[in-house]
Write a new protein. Structure first.
Length: 255
C-alpha cells in the first residue's frame, strides 16, 4: 500500500502578473521537504490499493526560478505533463505532454494564445482520468494550474497515484484565490470535495458555472438572467473554469 507524503518548504509572497484571464498567474510557491501528513480527506477516501508511496509537491507559484529549482530537485526519470500549452515546465527529465486536444485544436480553444508557441501533445487524453496511461508507469506527473479545473480533485489525485511508480512525484502549481479573479468566491471545503468525489462532481457542476459567471464575469453584480445565460453557455461548451478554489493554506489542509 502506498501513502502520500506532502512536500512543503518554500513560501514566497504572491504577486499578480498579467491582466487577462489566462495571464493571471499567482506568483508564490510552497514545496519541498518530505513529511507524513495527518489523516485527511485524501487518506480517508483512498482505497488501500490506490498507489501512493509518492510525494505530492504543492506549489502555488513562482513560475520562474523557484519552479525550475523544484523541478531539478524532485523530477527525474520519465513522466508526463498535463496541459502545458505555451508554458511547459523546464526540466532535464524526460517528459511526454498530455492534453485533451491536438495543438491545432488548442489554438481554436485558446485564441488568445495564437501568437505563442504551444507544445504538441504526445498523448491526447483526459488529464483527469489518464485512460491512455498505464498504472505504475510514471516517475512523475506535472499538473500546473490543473487541479482547480477538475470536477473531482480527489478522484484526479487518486488517478495520479495509480499511474505513478512507487516513490513517484506529483508536481503541481495551484493558484491562491486571494490573488486571482477568484478572490471573492467562497473557498471549496473538504466536505464539498468529498461530495464531488461520490458523483464525479455532476451534482455541483451547474452551481460551479453559476458561481463562476457571477463572481468572474459579473463581479459588480448583474441581472440574474444574464448570469444564468452566461453559466448555461459555458456549461454547454464544457468551458474550462476553476471549479474549485483555495488559498494556499486551505489547499494544504485539503491535502
Amino acid at each position: 500500500m502506498k501513502q502520500w507524503h506532502v512536500a512543503s518548504e518554500f513560501v514566497a509572497k504572491p504577486r499578480l502578473f498579467g491582466q487577462s484571464c489566462v495571464a493571471l498567474k499567482l506568483q508564490s510557491a510552497l514545496a519541498a521537504g518530505l513529511c507524513s501528513p495527518p489523516m485527511s480527506a485524501m487518506s480517508r477516501l483512498r482505497s488501500p490499493t490506490l498507489v501512493a508511496a509518492s510525494t505530492l509537491i504543492a506549489s502555488v507559484g513562482p513560475r520562474g526560478r523557484t519552479r525550475r529549482r523544484l523541478a531539478r530537485r524532485y523530477l527525474d526519470g520519465c513522466g508526463i505533463e498535463i496541459g502545458a500549452l505555451h508554458n511547459p515546465l523546464r526540466t532535464n527529465a524526460e517528459v511526454k505532454y498530455v492534453d485533451r486536444f491536438s495543438r491545432a485544436h488548442l489554438r481554436t480553444e485558446y485564441p488568445e494564445l495564437m501568437a505563442l508557441p504551444l507544445v504538441e501533445p504526445d498523448i491526447i487524453d483526459d488529464g483527469e482520468s489518464l485512460n491512455c496511461i498505464d498504472d505504475d508507469s510514471q516517475d512523475f506527473i506535472i499538473a500546473n494550474h490543473f487541479i482547480e479545473h477538475c470536477g473531482d480533485p480527489i478522484g484526479t489525485l487518486s488517478t495520479f497515484a495509480r499511474r505513478l511508480r512507487p516513490g513517484g512525484i506529483v508536481y503541481m502549481a495551484v493558484p491562491d484565490k486571494r490573488f486571482t479573479f477568484d478572490k471573492e468566491r467562497p473557498s471549496t471545503t473538504v466536505e464539498h470535495l468529498e461530495a464531488d468525489h461520490l458523483d464525479g462532481g455532476a451534482a455541483s457542476r451547474w452551481n460551479h458555472y453559476l458561481e463562476f459567471a457571477r463572481f468572474v464575469f459579473f463581479p459588480q453584480g448583474g441581472d440574474t438572467g444574464a448570469i444564468e445565460d452566461k453559466a448555461a453557455q459555458m456549461m454547454a461548451n464544457s468551458f474550462s473554469i476553476h471549479f474549485h478554489v483555495w488559498s494556499g493554506d486551505e489547499f494544504r489542509r485539503f491535502l
